[in-house]
Design a binder for this molecule. Structure first.
Ligand code: PHE
Length: 356
């Protein structure tokens, strides 16, 4: 091996040992730099006789090109390795499943409430909302249930540590019935205007109230079928000529639509509420399926008591009709076959996610 081949060999080895681009540039300087080995060889040619210069120059050039080629190859290899390392470091495993946001959904009781609202809206009922912390007057007295009346003990009420204007404590409403009076009060002016219009024009629509009021209600009660917080949905239809017959039609229609079955019958069982006279519990019975043959109580109802109509600010001679209060929690249990009401309010996702 001649001296030039050895030099090329050394250069290749030095370049191969350079682990980084900076090392490689240092190694390059040793061979191709201003005072590098190749440059020195060039300078050494000055002493050669003219006839040898040409061949020597050509040989050095061949060696120089070989060194430059080795340098470029090593530069490329280092750049490739760097790129590959970067790609490896930033690699995405596209076969890994994405991290999804857990899917939320409506609570089963909310679904029932939406269903109730949609069905009654289709029958021309308005949907109203009202306070859960109520005055004594709205929860009881306005509903023909005066202080000290024994009927008040039908409901074990929660009281709030704050007195209303009349000196009696506020309560967590034990039923949605106060909404009958609240809603009617909101409508009094409109009804009076409609009444006047109807007197002038026999084709004007007759004044009436048709509303449901769903929401949370509270009682001191807790077992498999009672929760201290539960839901009710009030219904009220008052007009010139609204009767118990209308209640039967409306409620039967509602139940059949809600349960998507004509295979159920209703029974109106005499009962007592201070705010209705006469009063009835509404029971339903499925004619087929797992609940067939049992009477299931779903609502209290009755013809609105004239005292309540008066407390609404309306004339009982002009307004007659019915009210009902049903239990959406109970309807949800029946619809989905759940036997413990408390499950709905424990917040256990293993239970709740079954309804999504
Ligand atoms: N408010 C009654 C209850 O909670 C139900 C009801 C409403 C009864 C309207 C008659 C009329 O039990």
């Amino acid at each position: 091996m001649n001296e030039l081949d050895t030099l090329v060999d050394h250069a290749r080895t030095a370049f191969a040992q350079a682990a980084t681009p900076a090392d490689l540039e240092n190694a390059k300087a040793l061979f191709l730099g201003k005072s590098g080995r190749v440059t020195e060889l060039m300078k050494g040619m000055a002493q050669l006789p003219v006839e040898e210069k040409k061949a020597r120059g050509a040989a050095i050039n061949v060696a120089k090109q070989a060194i430059e080629a080795a340098l470029n190859a090593r530069r490329q290899a280092l750049a490739d390795a760097e790129l590959e390392a970067q790609l490896r470091a930033e690699a995405l495993d596209v076969s890994l499943p994405g991290r999804r946001r857990a899917g939320g959904g409506l609570h089963p009781v909310s679904r029932t409430l939406e269903r109730i609202e949609a069905i009654f809206a289709s029958m021309g009922f308005d949907v109203a909302d009202g306070p859960e912390v109520e005055s004594d007057w709205h929860s009881f007295t306005s509903l023909n249930n005066p202080p000290n009346h024994p009927a008040r003990s039908m409901q074990d009420t929660f009281y709030v540590d704050l007195n209303g204007e009349d000196g009696t404590p506020y309560n967590l409403r034990p039923h949605t019935s106060p909404m009958q009076v609240r809603y009617a009060h909101q409508q009094v002016k409109k009804l009076a205007a409609q009444f006047e219009a109807a007197e002038r024009d026999p084709n004007a629509s007759a004044p009436e109230i048709r509303v449901i009021a769903p929401g949370r209600t509270y009682r001191v009660d807790s077992d498999a079928t009672h929760s201290p917080m539960f839901h009710q949905c009030e219904g009220l239809w008052l007009g010139a000529n609204v009767s118990f017959k209308d209640l039967k039609v409306v409620f039967t229609d509602f139940c059949r639509t809600f349960f998507e079955s004509d295979d159920l019958v209703l029974r109106f069982r005499p009962s007592f509420f201070p705010f209705t006279e006469p009063s009835a519990e509404i029971d339903i019975q499925f004619q087929s399926g797992p609940l067939a043959g049992r009477w299931l109580e779903v609502a209290g109802s009755g013809q609105v008591h004239p005292n309540v109509v008066r407390n609404m600010g309306l004339d009982p001679e002009r307004y007659i009709g019915f009210a009902f209060g049903m239990g959406p929690d109970r309807l949800t249990m029946l619809r989905y076959g759940v036997n413990d009401l408390r499950l709905f309010f424990d917040g256990d996702l293993r239970f709740l996610s079954q309804f999504q």
